[in-house]
Design a binder for this molecule. Structure first.
Ligand code: C2E
Ligand code: CA
Ligand code: CA
Ligand code: CA
Length: 277
């Protein structure tokens, strides 16, 4: 509409302006994606490394655009954050994930599953919906839910009332992409969490001699340990990385080596296979 028209005026030759028009189109398409049933959720197993057992899943949003096909979340989530569409989209993802967890807990009680859901800072600001309501209406125990936040939380305003209600109900928080920002440690002081997700950049560097990969992962695990937090490794792609993490005593991890994100059906299959093994 109006924004789109403005974008079109800036058109032509240079690639940057094409990209910005692209973003304007995507932006308006995104506002309708949820209502049009174009969004879905996939689930990536979080595995107890020693026993190779699924302990949790991370819910990840997917957008199938009618013309462009799959738009990666690294593209559409930032757009949704800019426009505010992340508030209804994020609540919908949380609702789907909680209902799915409830169903899996009924079918696989022995697995004692939990669920991780990525949350944008704006979703926690005052007046932007009540995440605890979503969790409770889905019929799951709030203490089985891990909300994954990033340091962008820093820029959020007045998040404390929702966060304290969530904490009091037993919801856990984990800091995503831990270590990628110079302020990671300072952040922990202001926003205590129960878990750290070790960014996959560090996991990827573990088996290289350069870049201190192993030492950094060891140091992050020591931080987690001394603050009584759990450490979760992300992005495990090779057996060598898995072996190195096991050596360091890392308890939990996820990555393509263990499992990519899966549809509901394939996740259920994986849980069945695990129960029957
Ligand atoms: P993230 O929270 O750090 O999620 C992990 C990303 O790494 C996922 O990408 C996952 O598919 C990918 N991944 C998993 N294992 C491996 C591996 O072994 N190697 C590599 N290279 N990648 C791996 P995805 O699904 O494309 O999501 C990208 C980001 O988008 C997420 O990063 C998260 O920040 C954001 N996101 C996704 N869904 C949501 C959502 O519902 N809400 C919010 N706020 N953010 C979301
Ligand atoms: Ca995450
Ligand atoms: Ca991450
Ligand atoms: Ca990330």
């Amino acid at each position: 509409a109006k924004a789109r028209g403005t974008g079109r005026l800036e058109v032509f030759d240079d690639e940057a302006s094409h990209r910005s028009i692209d973003r304007l189109d995507l932006r308006s398409d995104l506002s309708e994606a949820l209502d049009r049933g174009q969004l879905s959720v996939v689930y990536q197993p979080m595995v107890e490394l020693k026993s190779n057992t699924i302990r949790s899943f991370e819910a990840l949003a997917r957008w199938r655009h009618p013309e462009r096909g799959n738009v990666p979340p690294d593209e559409f989530i930032p757009l949704a954050e800019e426009t505010g569409a992340i508030v209804p989209i994020g609540a919908w993802v949380l609702d789907q994930a909680c209902r799915q967890l409830a169903a899996w807990q009924r079918e696989f009680p022995e697995a004692r599953l939990t669920m991780g859901v990525n949350i944008s800072a704006v979703q926690l600001e005052r007046g932007h919906g009540d995440l605890l309501d979503v969790i409770r209406s889905a019929g799951v125990n709030p203490s089985d839910i891990w909300l994954e936040v990033t340091e962008h939380m820093d820029t959020a305003e007045d998040i404390s009332s929702q966060v304290s209600a969530l904490r009091e109900a037993g919801v856990h928080f984990a800091l995503d992409d831990f270590g990628m920002s110079y302020s990671s440690l300072a952040y922990l002081q202001r926003f205590p969490v129960e878990g750290l997700k070790i960014d996959r950049a560090f996991v990827a560097a573990m088996n290289e001699d350069q870049n201190n990969g192993r030492g950094i992962v060891r140091a992050i695990m020591a931080v987690a340990d001394s603050l009584s937090m759990k450490a979760f490794a992300e992005g495990i792609e090779t057996q060598a990385q898995l072996d190195a993490l096991l050596d360091l005593g890392c308890g939990f991890g996820q990555g393509y080596l263990l499992s990519p994100p899966l549809s509901v059906e394939r996740s259920t299959d994986a849980l069945r296979a695990q129960r029957d093994r």
